[in-house]
Design a protein around this ligand. Structure first.
Ligand code: AMP
Length: 396
């Protein structure tokens, strides 16, 4: 259950409301927004505030400008996209804070209007959670709303610092993300199947352990599976592996057995001669990876095996591609897994930057019950960690 106050629990009518959104959207070379999902996801909160005739002051980060002004990371494309989506003028400032901005908000801005500050990360104070920077941001408004789930795991000025100065509540997206992901862990419909992929075991250590306490079936694919194969004594050739995680992998295999979790690894593998998009490839069983080759995708038998799990599951959680899906020759596994999960009758929850890129690529973005907008934040929530951005908000 969500225990924090939301915009509905506080008086925002005709108030100056500072809203932290996550408009860290992908841009093309001409600075057009190529995927406006994150902006669309903020609309519930923005529309609610518009109804209440609030003065809406939006703030976000974009990219990694490292505390300096970098033209390609300016927020103008996001402001334009928001104008398209709301049909309302969005006044975008070229600075983050200034007397002029404050004066405009206090004296010229109308109720039910939207302004947007410049990229927060142009100021080094954002990431350092500088108290003066946070105080200046807060001085622009009367209420603070955090709807940036994707940044909730960062103790930055606009995420935690500001909340010390203003009544601080959650937006609707933050509420939905936290509600969905916590109830996934607290009371999942069973059978509960989780699929983890991606390149590294070390990134997902705590998640694997946590999921082994919760799921009925854990499927591992992608680069991280080879450390597990090696731990089981298989020859993995030149496949990516983390030798310092072998002990951990053995521990997890034992934990799965103890907890009665079906721990599924691929049974066949698409191997490549070299790490190259045009490399020679062949499909082999997991017992026969040639010594000089490396596994870059899962084979059709594995796809079949995993897909069966999705068709009989009631909850499916997926994070991480099961192969190098960026390369056409090695995307078959990830594409098929994406389709199989999308068409499963289960409640389906997906998250993670690469996973979102994959489902977008295959035109499946709207085919899941919940697509989490925050990769890092969703992982930390699943690991059972407290998100600083959430902790900073007022309790109900
Ligand atoms: P991560 O950043 O850990 O979520 O991993 C995502 C990346 O893992 C993607 O860019 C994939 O290309 C990569 N990946 C998936 N499977 C493999 C594999 N078998 N070998 C090497 N890289 C892989």
């Amino acid at each position: 259950m969500f225990t924090k106050k939301t915009v509905e629990d506080i008086d925002v009518k005709r108030k100056k409301v500072l809203v932290r959104v996550d408009y860290n959207v992908p841009l093309d070379e001409d600075l057009n927004v190529t995927d406006n999902t994150r902006i669309r996801l903020s609309l519930d909160t923005i529309n609610y505030l518009l109804e209440k005739e609030a003065k809406i002051i939006l703030m976000s980060h974009l990219g990694r400008p490292k505390g300096e002004v970098v033209d390609k990371f300016k927020l103008d494309p996001a402001a334009k996209e928001l104008e398209k989506l709301t049909g309302k003028k969005v006044k975008k400032f070229d600075q983050i804070i200034s007397e002029k901005i404050k004066d405009y908000i206090d004296n010229s801005m109308g109720f039910g209007e939207i302004v947007m500050l410049e990229n927060l990360r142009f100021d080094p104070g954002e990431k350092k959670n500088n108290p003066d920077f946070a105080g200046s941001l807060a001085s622009l408004a009367e209420v603070y709303v955090n709807d940036a789930f994707g940044a909730a795991h960062r103790a930055h000025a606009s995420v935690t610092g500001v909340a010390e100065h203003l009544p601080a509540v959650s937006g609707f997206l933050m509420q939905k993300e936290v509600d969905t992901l916590t109830s996934l862990l607290e009371k999942p419909e069973r059978p509960f199947v989780a699929v983890l992929g991606g390149s590294k075991v070390s990134d997902k250590i705590q998640v694997i352990q946590k999921l082994l306490e919760k799921v009925d079936t854990l499927i591992l694919g992608g680069g991280m599976s080879y450390t597990f194969f090696k731990a089981k004594g298989f020859e993995i050739g030149n496949s990516i592996r983390e030798d310092d995680q072998l002990g951990y992998a053995k521990k997890m295999l034992a934990l799965a057995e103890k907890n009665n979790v079906d721990f599924l690894l691929p049974i066949d593998i698409v191997v490549a001669k070299e790490y190259d998009k045009d490399s020679d490839k062949q499909t082999v069983s997991i017992q026969s990876i040639p010594v000089d080759w490396m596994g870059l995708d899962i084979g059709t038998k594995s796809i079949e095996l995993f897909s069966k799990q999705f068709s009989s599951a009631s909850t499916v959680f997926w994070n991480g591609p099961v192969g190098v899906f960026e390369w056409e020759r090695f995307e078959n596994g990830t594409r098929n897994i994406a389709h199989a999960i999308a068409h499963s009758p289960a409640v389906t929850i997906v998250g993670g930057g690469d996973t979102l890129a994959a489902i977008r690529k295959y035109g499946l973005s709207d085919k899941f019950s919940h697509v989490s907008s925050g990769g890092g934040a969703s992982m930390e929530l699943l690991e059972g960690k407290e998100l600083p951005g959430l902790a900073a908000l007022e309790d109900k």
